[in-house]
Design a protein around this ligand. Structure first.
Ligand SMILES: C[S@@+](CC[C@H](N)C(=O)[O-])C[C@H]1O[C@@H](n2cnc3c(N)ncnc32)[C@H](O)[C@@H]1O
Length: 244
């Protein structure tokens, strides 16, 4: 192990053998990729914002997407490259050391835009700007998956999280913008977002993937471009066709 460079807040978390956040993709994203497998255009492009060590990037690449993985952590991006080549997915993944606020989002370009806990790592005003760029960059059959920490999180400086007796994440210091109840949902239903919500949830969860186990408050959104109707049966899938 080498020591933590001051600019890479997540260096230690991504430098461990047991990499923070593990290898399983976010459950809701995994359900979408499974249910829509084999559909859509032959060439599918995704961007994973705040990709970390790449658990969502790898799932997208395995599902056939060409993925741009953006993060400020050099160590995280190196682990993504390592994990992608171990799985023979290296040619589908391009890493970019960049701030999500500086990324150029081409309009109507992506089939999937993923932001698993990054909009809460930037100030609220910046998150609003990035949100709109993310939405604008979806194509007509695009999917958006967003995950943020909420004020229910024990690391939050606001109620009710700030009164929670539960343990706080070792990386809570990187979260600067805890979302209030319904705040992510309100963004999703804005007319300018041009989205149709497939799934929205606010809940607590325990995280065992890094540091001492701790609790989180999360808001999770899965949406598609309005007018798009992929074969989505929910998570878990409700009344899907029997497997023959
Ligand atoms: C909690 S981690 C989540 C990582 C990954 N999405 C996952 O769920 O496994 C948040 C990530 O966002 C990255 N991050 C924070 N602020 C960022 C910014 N302004 N631009 C790009 N990445 C950022 C961090 O370096 C970190 O890897």
């Amino acid at each position: 192990m080498t020591s933590t460079p001051p600019t890479d807040y997540f260096f230690d978390a991504y430098n461990r053998d047991e990499i923070a956040y593990g290898t399983d993709p976010s459950a809701c994203l995994a359900a979408y990729l499974k249910q829509t497998a084999g559909g859509g255009p032959a060439r599918r492009r995704a961007i994973d914002l705040g990709a970390g060590a790449g658990r969502d990037t790898l799932a997208l690449a395995a599902a056939g997407y060409e993925v741009e993985s953006v993060d400020l952590s050099e160590r995280g991006l190196a682990r993504i490259e390592e994990r992608a080549s171990e799985r023979d997915l290296g040619d589908r993944v391009r890493t970019r050391l960049a701030d999500v606020r500086q990324v150029d989002f081409p309009a109507g370009h992506y089939d999937a835009v993923i932001a698993t806990t990054v909009l809460d790592h930037i100030p609220a005003k910046d998150a609003e700007l990035v949100w709109q760029r993310m939405c604008d960059s979806l194509n007509a059959t695009g999917m958006l998956y967003v995950h943020v920490h909420t004020t229910e999180d024990p690391g939050s400086d606001q109620s009710p999280g700030n009164a929670s007796p539960e343990p706080v994440s070792e990386t809570a210091g990187a979260v600067v913008n805890y979302f209030r109840p319904n705040q992510l949902a309100a963004l999703a239903v804005r007319e300018s977002s041009k989205l149709r919500i497939l799934r929205y949830e606010e809940r607590l969860e325990w995280d065992y993937t890094h540091g001492p186990e701790h609790q989180h408050g999360k808001a999770i959104l899965l949406a598609v471009r309005s007018g798009f109707h992929p074969p989505w049966f929910g998570q878990p899938a409700a009344f899907p066709r029997h497997e023959s």
